[in-house]
Design a binder for this molecule. Structure first.
Ligand code: PGA
Length: 246
């Protein structure tokens, strides 16, 4: 049995007070799945301290490709490890589209996160135009191959993948459970063609307008192992329902 994970990506939302309220609420969720939250960098330590004696894991939304040095404004993977982060989001579509992160940069970050002993949560997904042009899997395959070629398949024994169709992120449009399942199965098949055992145990989360009312249908699909939740993770009650659905 693969473990189910529900992760909340808070993006650049909240101030100290709301972050504390949300952390308290997340600490109270009783669910069978693993729960992960990705607060903004400046609140990471606060949230890690608040969730220290709970099963909830905390992750960072990004990290630098370099280990240390003259990189003004960047945060390194060793720093994240030092403050007890467990996960790092890598290649979120907003990083790819707004900050020019290429497949090669994403692969470097993936390696860096693993190198310090943290777990990368690798985001992949196609745009609406790519889906309409029938290129969904070609795009995702290229995103996966960039990491597979740099890190090797064994790296996926210590990673999580999040399939997030770009057209579904923050738009209220969700992939149907069947559309998502189709892509999840292909991702698993692609990795399974190199190593079946690793593919079988690899958690693949769905992200893109996951809400309390669509989570159950998505999470019951055989290759969907939970969700990466943006907007709805800022609403403690909705996020709790999504965790219970997993
Ligand atoms: P959303 O965001 O749930 O608001 O669509 C998901 C994500 O970007 O991880």
């Amino acid at each position: 049995m693969r473990k189910k994970i529900v992760a909340g990506n808070w993006k650049m939302n909240g101030l100290a007070e709301t972050v504390q309220e949300l952390s308290n609420a997340v600490a109270d969720i009783q669910a069978r799945c693993e729960i992960v939250v990705f607060p903004p960098f400046v609140y990471l330590l606060t949230v890690i301290d608040m969730l220290r004696n709970t099963p909830v894991r905390v992750g960072a939304q990004n990290c630098a490709t370099a280990l240390l040095g003259a990189y003004t404004g960047e945060v390194s993977a060793p720093m994240l490890k030092d403050i007890s982060c467990r996960y790092v989001l890598v290649g979120h579509s907003e990083r790819r589209s707004l900050y020019g992160e290429t497949d090669a940069i994403v692969a470097e970050k993936f390696m860096m996160v693993q190198q310090v002993g943290l777990t990368p949560m690798l985001c992949v997904g196609e745009t609406r135009a790519e889906r309409e042009a029938g290129k969904t899997f070609a795009v995702i395959q290229a995103q996966l191959d960039a990491v597979l070629q740099t890190a090797g398949v064994s790296a996926f024994a210590r990673a999580v993948i999040a399939y997030e169709p770009v057209w579904a992120i923050g738009t209220g449009l969700t992939a149907t459970p069947e559309q998502a399942q189709e892509v999840h199965a292909k991702i698993r098949e692609h990795i399974g063609a190199i190593d079946g055992k690793i593919a079988d145990s690899l958690p693949i989360l769905y992200g893109g307008s996951v809400k309390a009312d669509n989570a159950t249908a998505l999470f019951t699909m055989p290759d969907i192992d939970g969700g990466l939740v943006g907007g709805a993770s800022l609403d403690a009650a909705a996020f709790a329902k999504i965790c219970h659905a997993a």
